[in-house]
Design a protein around this ligand. Sequence first.
Ligand SMILES: N[C@@H](CCC(=O)N[C@@H](CS)C(=O)NCC(=O)O)C(=O)O
Length: 199
Amino acid sequence: MQIFGDSNSGNCLKVKYTCDHLGLPYRWEEVDVASGATRAPSFLEQNPQGQVPFVVLDDGRPLAQSNAIIWHLAEQSPLVPDDGYARARVLELLFWEQYSHEPYIAVCRYNLVYQGKRPEDREPWRVQRGERALDLLDAMLDDREWLVGGTMTVADVSLVAYTRLAPEGGFDLGSRPHVRAWIGRVEAALGLRPVEARA
Ligand SMILES: N[C@@H](CCC(=O)N[C@@H](CS)C(=O)NCC(=O)O)C(=O)O
């Protein structure tokens, strides 16, 4: 399988985390979003959506959209539950991540890290929705170790990708103890270095 991804993107890292955890072999093709590589005709020919992550499976079939990709790759593994209701709960969180979490947390991180903006220059409405998403996540995790059921699922993998990077977007996790503990659990399960410990 080929994974087209930008190593700085949480959406792309979700796919890497899933493959590494499940021991799925892949070739990582670095696509530098900042340099406009997703707009290159050769890339658009493969993925008209013009975004990463994007994968080409071993049999040549393409697949885009991070959460669709990790769902497909993790089917038949413990990362995707068997029970119908539990599967729907995981999907609920994957949709929530893309509509109510990532657009706020990831974009604020982009503003600070890649556009060099100051925290006070972030869009207030976006910051407010990001804060709300983190509060909601903290409440979801106050009596449980994993988001759905008793083990890690792709909902945890998907949501941890940008949540662990939220401080880079100017969000404080200090007041969200359940989120912090959960990040530690998911990082340990995925074999990731704690984000605070990175150089
Ligand atoms: N909903 C998409 C979002 C993907 C996305 O926003 N990718 C960004 C990098 S994080 C990208 O490729 N941006 C380039 C562009 O839109 O031109 C997913 O979950 O895969």
